[in-house]
Design a protein. Structure first.
Length: 84
């Protein structure tokens, strides 16, 4: 009964984390890029840092994994409403 709700909550959290990570990295990259004469090089080193790349890849992977989970949770919720 609550499986659809739990999966929908997971979808929400995974999408929220993806948005936070990607927006924060875009903000920091543009902020560093406009920091001065060496801003582009600093932004490039930040954007290509292994920890930042790993965080970005995990966020995008979480987003793409949440799409089928969204379909499954919607199916569970619709099935439950028709089952009554």
């Amino acid at each position: 009964r609550y499986s659809g709700f739990v999966m929908m909550s997971l979808v929400f959290l995974m999408n929220l984390i993806a948005v936070i990570v990607l927006i924060q990295q875009l903000f920091m990259t543009y902020r560093l890029m406009t920091a001065g004469s060496t801003g582009f090089e600093v932004a490039k080193s930040y954007y290509l840092h292994p920890d930042i790349v790993s965080m970005r890849h995990k966020a995008v992977k979480g987003f793409f994994l949440s799409l089928p989970l969204f379909l499954i949770s919607s199916t569970c919720m619709v099935f439950h409403s028709f089952d009554k």
